[in-house]
Design a protein around this ligand. Structure first.
Ligand code: PHE
Length: 371
């Protein structure tokens, strides 16, 4: 039995080493498949005399994992060659010219390896197109921002400890007398009042007093980089958020729920559901946290989630003080806002399991080339 196993191993190894791209899967099947040679041999182990069984079993398992490893490596090697066909052609070249020309004109060119969009760029594009379909306008606001836009205008009182929740990076520059300290924006909510200012300016609104004339409509999608002092498997110091802001006459929580439902079904798929939990943010009232049903256990509860739910982020009805900071009359207008993490929704998508979020930004080609 021992000899049979070793023979199988040697035979498989020599085939793997010289395999071409179209052969490697067949080799896998003929040795490790359901009716493969090694699999068949292993089926006989239980009927061996007891003294031999454990040693032969161990040997068989060792051979099995060696072959699996080798096949995996070979697949990678063949894949690399495939993404650079010129290289492959060069090594397989049959015709070698023997004139004495200093330039070998038959030499094939080198094709630079093909790149692809980064996973996060792909997600940003997908999210943008989902929201553009229902009339949102994509904008982007400064990453280096004033305290006023990141906190002050968002109903954070001066020196209020709520600022600490955001673990902000401050920039070592003199503060502006009106707009305060300069910082790296810790959330895309800093775009809310900027967007109100932009839209009011666009429609030529007067600067004095709160805007209360009819017809104002804001539907913003702000996707930008955010920064916080945190780094572990589920946090990077730089990450992306996408923020929605809708302001209009008679905007209610029902609109927020409608947009949320539309996004969840479009991005995660029909099978996923969501729930809304009461929460607190300075700049929304009432405030909510949104959870999405776990795509691994479909809401039953598993290792990955909290009792079947995964946290997506915050939302709520725009606080009247925020509308006022943006020069909009809160008696005439209402709105809702939400701010969710791009990397986070990406990780929550079905079938994608990234153990360490920092991998996204490590520039590791082996990782990036998989997408
Ligand atoms: N800015 C909040 C955060 O970063 C999320 C949020 C956005 C909450 C909009 C409410 C409304 O956690």
């Amino acid at each position: 039995m021992q000899e049979t196993l070793i023979q199988i191993k040697n035979e498989a190894m020599s085939m793997i080493v010289s395999a071409e791209a179209d052969e490697i899967e067949q080799i896998y099947i003929s040795f490790l498949g359901k009716k493969g040679k090694l699999t068949n041999a292993m089926k006989e182990i239980p009927s061996l005399p007891i003294e031999e069984r454990s040693e032969i079993g161990r040997l068989a398992n060792e051979i099995k994992s060696t072959l699996e490893e080798q096949i995996k490596d070979k697949r990678m090697e063949l894949k690399k060659n495939r993404s650079n066909p010129a290289q492959e052609e060069k090594t397989n070249r049959k015709y070698i010219p023997n004139d004495n020309s200093p330039v070998d004109i038959t030499m094939p060119g080198n094709l630079p390896p093909l790149g692809s969009l980064h996973l996060v760029t792909q997600a940003i594009r997908e999210i943008t197109s989902i929201f553009e379909k229902i009339g949102f306008t994509r904008v982007r606001y400064p990453e280096v921002e004033y305290d006023w836009y990141a906190f002050g205008s968002l109903n954070f009182p001066q020196n209020h400890p709520a600022r600490d929740d955001w673990e902000t990076f401050f920039v070592d520059l003199p503060a502006d007398s009106k707009k305060g300290n300069i910082l790296l924006t810790p959330h895309t909510s800093s775009g809310q009042v900027r967007e109100m200012e932009r839209v009011l300016k666009n429609i030529g609104a007067r600067q004095d007093g709160l805007y209360a004339e009819p017809g104002l409509s804001i539907k913003m999608l702000n996707i930008a980089k955010c920064y916080r002092r945190q780094s572990d498997v589920s946090h990077t110091q730089m990450f992306h958020q996408f923020e929605g802001l809708v302001v209009g006459e008679n905007i209610t929580i029902a609109h927020l729920k409608g947009v949320l439902e539309y996004f969840v079904k479009s991005y995660f798929g029909e099978k996923r559901t969501f729930r809304i939990r009461p929460y607190h943010f300075q700049f929304t009232e009432p405030s909510f946290e949104i959870d999405i049903s776990c795509g691994v256990c479909m809401g039953r509860g598993c290792r990955l989630c909290k009792g079947g739910w995964l946290e997506m982020g915050g939302s709520g009805m725009v606080h009247p003080n925020v509308l006022k900071a943006g020069n909009i009359d809160p008696d005439k207008y209402t709105g809702f806002a939400f701010g969710w993490g791009v990397e986070r929704v990406l990780m929550m998508k079905e079938g994608l399991k990234i153990d360490d979020l920092r991998l996204l930004y490590s520039n590791d080609l082996e990782f990036l080339e998989q997408f």
